[in-house]
Design a protein around this ligand. Structure first.
Ligand code: NAD
Length: 503
């Protein structure tokens, strides 16, 4: 498929270059050669996009049209995503290095995001009513908030963008999306799809560009009422600080360092499958990756031996090859960062085990699947998010120690527990400080459940009806159905004026 030479902003229903006419190169992670050029958004472009979105919110038909009609647009977007699923997967693999077989699954999930939120709005965006002492009826209504600023990362960008765009639009908001600068292609494809679906002008806008300029301008804009952010914890902190001046609602989906705990009584083969897939799929660039593997002492040697066998056989290669399991990392800068962590692991005394990258792949940002064996929680590599195919492995003596080690980290996104003692499975899952936990299961999500983290992994939950808390304002209307007493001020005798002396 031919890729457009220029990726433009999409503002008020039109593809356009930025006000300053500036562009930056978009680089192929497999070859490190430019793919194309991307319009570099600045404050003026954010201002134009927010103006269009505010106009569409205040005066357009989007939030006021019959909900059935609005939702038909969402179903149409889902259909079009399916129509273009192969193109989307191709663009995602080209842009990010995610193997094509995995990119296809992400595209399917993106279509599901739109269909799911259309159905949720119809069935679950419901208010409550309270009869109060026969005197009042109090009822709640959910209203769209206004212009939603959505800021997304470069890992699985299409899926994560649609995960925010779908509930924001379904609930009647208008949107300005600022995609990550390293992965602009599928955001542009989403704009094309939404354009083809015929949404009213200004309802959906995309401004490309860097975080410090385009992203920061979106966060600072007084007409943007909420910011949904997915990305690094430190960026999230800065966004919260910067959005304080305009008192925005923020939702924060941040980093992770999630434990996968294997007890000796677990189904070890399935635990192994889950540990390897959960760490090395999506090139290890996955927020919920089980980047800390905690093994009960008695199975440590056997499990590690089997892990090494698996890691040796992971197919590293061209992301466009359907057989590839592990592709190149998104960008040279990120490749350097991940390699720095592997060096730190060596300095910290971890035993680093990794197969070599096959010859012929030297131009790409390849890091082989890497095990950091013999880790302990005092090491940086056991505490900090590496966000590549690198797993810290450590042992524990008993349940109490497993829980303590699992929680001894600043993050709290996901956790995985493997044991055939189900009482222990529940107990350990509930004892771990994480937004989500899986017992004897790989990371499989139903869209109805809340997604998000605790501690440094985020604030708030998205997913299911939980997204409505964020993308809507709840208003209560108090109606008197009887004649409740009203204190009657000003109905008594007119007071005589006090003389200055009496006062
Ligand atoms: P990042 O924080 O560097 O960038 C994310 C987005 O924020 C980009 O669009 C970037 O341009 C923008 N940005 C950067 N500085 C900004 C600023 N000052 N103001 C406004 N916007 C700004 O993250 P990344 O490297 O793109 O993504 C990887 C990170 O995302 C990892 O930490 C990963 O764990 C996290 N992540 C979390 C989840 C989750 O749901 N919890 C999901 C996916 C990724």
């Amino acid at each position: 498929m031919a890729v457009q030479p220029k990726v433009l902003h999409y503002i008020n229903g039109q593809f356009m270059e930025g006000a300053a006419g500036a562009y930056f190169d978009n680089i192929n992670p497999f070859t490190n050669e430019p793919i194309n050029e991307v319009a570099e958004g600045r404050k003026e472009d954010i201002d134009a996009a927010v103006r269009a979105a505010k106009e569409a919110f205040d005066h357009g038909p989007w939030r006021t049209m019959p909900v059935e009609k609005r939702l038909r647009y969402l179903f149409r977007i889902a259909e079009l995503i399916e129509t273009y699923a192969d193109d989307i997967a191709y663009l995602e693999a080209l842009d990010t290095g995610i193997p094509i077989s995995q990119a296809k699954k992400q595209a399917a999930r993106a279509a599901e995001n739109f269909r799911f939120y259309a159905e949720m709005v119809k069935t679950r965006l419901v208010g409550e009513a309270y009869h109060v002492n026969g005197q009042f009826l109090n009822y709640t209504v959910y209203k769209p908030v206004g212009v939603a600023g959505l800021i997304t990362p470069w890992n699985t960008p299409f899926m994560l963008e649609t995960w925010k765009v779908a509930p924001a639009l379904a609930t009647g908001n208008t949107v300005v999306l600022k995609p990550a600068e390293w992965s602009p292609l599928t955001a542009n494809k989403l704009a094309e799809i939404i354009d083809e679906a015929g949404l009213p002008r200004g309802v959906f806008n995309v401004v490309h560009g860097f975080g410090e300029t385009a992203g920061a301008a979106l966060v600072a804009h007084p007409d943007v009422r909420l910011i949904s952010f997915t990305g690094e914890t430190t960026t999230g902190m800065e966004i919260i600080r910067n959005s304080a001046a305009t008192l925005k609602k923020t939702s924060m989906e941040l980093g992770g360092k999630s434990p996968l705990i294997v007890f000796a009584d677990a189904d070890l083969e399935r635990a192994l499958d889950a540990a390897v897939w959960g760490m090395f799929s999506l090139n290890g660039e996955r927020c919920t990756a089980n980047s800390r593997l905690l093994l009960e002492q008695s199975i440590y040697d056997e499990f590690v031996a089997r892990l090494k066998e698996r890691v040796d056989r992971i197919v590293i290669g061209d992301p466009m090859n359907p057989a590839t399991e592990l592709g190149p990392l998104i960008h040279r800068d990120h490749w350097e960062r991940v390699n720095r962590y592997i060096d730190i692991a060596k300095q910290e005394g971890a035993d680093v085990y990794a197969p070599s990258v096959p010859t012929g792949l030297e131009k790409g940002n390849f890091v082989p699947p890497t095990l950091l064996l013999g880790c302990h929680n005092g090491m940086r590599v056991a505490q900090e998010e590496i966000f590549g195919p690198v797993m810290a492995v450590m042992s524990f003596a008993d349940e109490e120690e497993a829980i303590r080690l699992a929680n001894d980290v600043k993050y709290g996104l996901a956790a995985y527990v493997w044991t055939n003692d189900m009482k222990r499975g529940h107990r350990v899952a509930q004892a771990i400080e994480s937004g989500m936990a899986w017992v004897n299961s790989p990371n499989v999500r139903d869209l109805r459940i809340p997604f998000g983290g605790t501690k440094y992994s985020g604030i708030g939950r998205e997913g299911g009806h939980y997204s409505f808390d964020f993308y809507t304002e709840v208003q209560v209307v108090h109606v008197a159905v009887g004649d409740p007493p009203i204190p009657a001020f000003g109905k008594g005798e007119k007071p005589t004026a006090l003389s200055a002396e009496q006062a």
